[in-house]
Design a protein around this ligand. Structure first.
Ligand SMILES: [Zn+2]
Ligand SMILES: [Zn+2]
Length: 135
């Protein structure tokens, strides 16, 4: 297992480096995540904020209110538009990072899937995953 991992936007100028393992890896099929990512399935990794080693690059913030998490503030690249990381609610004790931005097919798989009711029917989920129809 790597000690550090770096997630980058598609043009790679915005980057966040974290140490250690994620506390959660979750998949979400809600329509807001589908619109945000442009993909039919969003996968997020949660790390304690103290795991952040470094953040660098230009970023733009976008906040929206989510049914389950309250206000979520997304940090995205102003050049290429990738959402790289975000904070949920008013605190910043945990950071969410888009798993795709790690560009690492060996990244731990999600253990739970949310908003499965909104999933495209052909999207397969790992066997044994904890499945939630809604948030
Ligand atoms: Zn970028
Ligand atoms: Zn979602």
């Amino acid at each position: 297992m790597p000690d550090r991992r770096t997630a980058r936007c598609q043009c790679e100028q915005l980057a966040i480096t974290v140490s250690g393992e994620p506390t959660a890896v979750l998949a979400c099929s809600c329509l807001a995540c589908q619109r945000r990512t442009g993909s039919v399935l969003h996968v997020s990794a949660t790390f304690p904020s103290r795991a952040i080693v470094e953040i660098h690059g230009e970023e733009t913030l976008y906040a929206r209110t989510s049914e389950s998490e309250g206000v979520v503030t997304f940090h995205l690249c102003p050049t290429c538009g990738s959402t790289v990381y975000w904070y949920e609610g008013s605190g910043e004790s945990e950071v969410g990072i888009a798993v795709g931005c790690f560009a690492d097919p060996g990244f731990p798989a999600p253990t739970a899937a949310y908003h499965a009711r909104a999933a495209h029917p052909w999207v397969g989920l790992p066997p044994g995953i904890e499945r939630h129809d809604d948030g």
